[in-house]
Design a binder for this molecule. Structure first.
Ligand code: AMP
Ligand code: MG
Length: 297
């Protein structure tokens, strides 16, 4: 297995048009074409992380493109671990991770994209969203009482609200792409059976107990509603300028490889070059060299 192989796999999981998208066509336990195994995945991941770090070194000084990586998933799908591993080689000055939790009073007093806008990466930076604006068409859709807290004028809170929100998200992401954002969205696609195994492991292992919350079981009971909401969200917002990656997540090592390769591919597509020195700037560097060399001591 080489990174070329991996690249072809990434294309398989990339969804850039919503038409006909069905979640059930995607197997959470997929590990590609069987050409890769767990044992070699560590070296491949390290190689991907190295390539990503090198690309980030080119992204930072060009100060034009910004990269936004959105991570969405059910509980225990491995968002945190994936973010930790994939971003581990990157200069911390060039990346910012934001975890979006239940909105507080100030956030609820604004439109749902308000808090998202405030955390967008600046040019040259990689922004990572651990949960995102999509929560407002996922958890809020599954739990209508959350919607009731959003201070929407009743006249606007109609039956078309989800369709409208999805249109607004699609338009927002199109706007971002036209502003020089590379928008990449990752759905870590976990099976219900694997979630059960991971929850049990969290209960069985004292070191992992902190990761378990009673609310997780309550959310699990809404599994089908979540899957429907995810399917609608992906179908309504997948676009060439803001693709989704439906990443099989039952095998953590595989999910991480897919994510790192997708990021590398997107950054390579930008054709980043080290910044070029204009002739006058180079002349100033020479002048600085002369002055330094002429100093005593
Ligand atoms: P965790 O990611 O496990 O730390 O949990 C964060 C929780 O915040 C999850 O249960 C999310 O569903 C919830 N959350 C995030 N964004 C929103 C939102 N806009 N409205 C309601 N709940 C949210
Ligand atoms: Mg949680």
């Amino acid at each position: 297995m080489t990174s070329k192989h991996l690249r072809r796999l990434v294309d398989r999981y990339r969804i850039d048009r919503g038409k006909g998208f069905r979640l059930r066509d995607h197997d959470p336990a997929d590990i590609g074409d069987g050409l890769i195994d767990h044992a070699e995945s560590e070296a491949l991941l390290a190689d991907g992380v190295r390539r990503l770090a090198a690309l980030q070194e080119l992204l930072y000084p060009q100060d034009q493109w910004a990269v936004l990586c959105v991570f969405q998933a059910m509980d225990a799908a491995g968002k945190d671990g994936t973010i930790k591993h994939v971003m581990s080689g990157i200069n911390p000055q060039g990346v910012e991770v934001t975890s979006f939790k239940q909105p507080g009073p100030e956030e609820l007093a604004h439109d749902f994209l308000w808090r998202i806008n405030r955390r967008l990466p600046q040019r040259g930076q990689i922004g990572v969203f651990n949960r995102s604006h999509y929560e407002d068409v996922l958890v809020v859709r599954v739990h209508p009482d959350l919607l009731a807290r959003q201070h929407l004028p009743p006249a606007l809170d109609g039956r078309k609200i989800w369709k409208h929100r999805l249109e607004d998200i699609a338009a927002f992401e199109r706007y971002l792409s036209r502003q020089g954002f590379v928008v990449l969205k990752f759905f870590l696609h976990l099976s219900r059976a694997e979630q059960k195994r991971r929850f049990l492991a969290r209960l069985d292992t004292p070191d992992k107990n902190w990761k378990f919350s009673a609310a997780d079981i309550a959310e699990r009971a809404h599994w089908d509603d979540y899957m429907n909401a995810y399917q609608d969200a992906i179908a309504a917002t997948a676009a060439p300028h803001a693709p989704w990656f439906v990443v099989p997540a039952d095998h953590k090592w595989f999910a991480r490889l897919v994510v790192v390769e997708a990021l590398v591919a997107a950054l390579e597509d930008l054709g980043l070059k080290p910044p070029e020195m204009p002739a006058d700037a180079r002349a100033r560097l020479e002048e600085a060299r002369h002055r330094l060399e002429a100093e005593d001591g």
